[in-house]
Ligand binder design. Structure first.
Ligand code: G3P
Length: 218
């Protein structure tokens, strides 16, 4: 199971990298805006900084919604670094663009996926990654994990090469549930990754070990 961090914040990317468990990074236009990164040159430069921090795939999202625009943007993004994956929204023009990039050997991450039908289409178009959004499905009181389970089943039926990259992960339990389903990649906030380490019995046990050591060693 690969761990990606879902942020454009360089400090958080470094913290996750320094844990030694980070396999890649995903970003989106909202996350770039949150870091105050704007203007094409600054955006491209920021992606390069991320690629230089992490030895793994870095998803960079197009903002065009038409085929020609997506292709132009995607080709520019792909030139930044060998690890850039072009992130494309699941709309008809996006499917066309993913098919095009697949033929060109440019890896893609199909984003904003909310249904098994969309997952089938992205795999047929040859996306390297598929990003179904767990948290946003939960937000509307549907079941995000149920969506993931359905997609895992479908992809297994046909042996699709597209990797399921569970996105909109909001907590550590989402990560564990994805692992139970055999999801290829999770992209999450730093807090969801570090949250995996937490257990009250670990804290209690450590406190006792240290207290016992102090008793006998002074
Ligand atoms: O990058 C897409 C996705 O991970 C966004 O998550 O929490 O904004 O729904 P969220």
């Amino acid at each position: 199971m690969k761990f990606f961090i879902d942020t454009a914040n360089l400090d958080q990317i470094k913290q996750a990298r320094d844990l030694g468990v980070l396999d890649g990074v995903t970003t989106n236009p909202s996350l770039m805006a949150k870091e105050g990164i704007s203007g094409q040159d600054n955006i491209l430069e920021h992606y390069l900084k991320i690629c230089e921090l992490v030895d793994g795939d870095v998803s960079a999202e197009v903002i065009s919604t038409d085929f020609e625009g997506m292709v132009k943007e995607g080709e520019l993004l792909a030139q930044i670094h060998k690890n850039i994956v072009v992130k494309v929204p699941m709309i008809q023009e996006g499917v066309k663009a993913i098919s095009h990039f697949t033929r060109q050997g440019i890896p893609t991450n199909c984003t904003l996926v909310f249904s098994p039908g969309q997952a089938i289409l992205a795999a047929k178009a040859g996306a390297k990654y598929l990003s179904p959004f767990i948290g946003r499905v939960d937000d509307i009181t549907w079941d995000g994990m149920d969506l993931i389970e359905k997609i895992v089943g479908i992809y297994m039926n046909y042996g699709f090469n597209t990797q399921i990259l569970a996105a909109s992960v909001r907590n550590s339990l989402h990560i564990v549930k994805c692992a139970e389903l055999g999801v290829d990649v999770v992209t999450c906030p730093l807090s969801a990754i570090t949250g995996l380490a937490k257990h009250p019995l670990t804290d209690i046990g450590l406190a006792k070990f240290l207290a016992d050591h102090k008793k006998s060693n002074g």
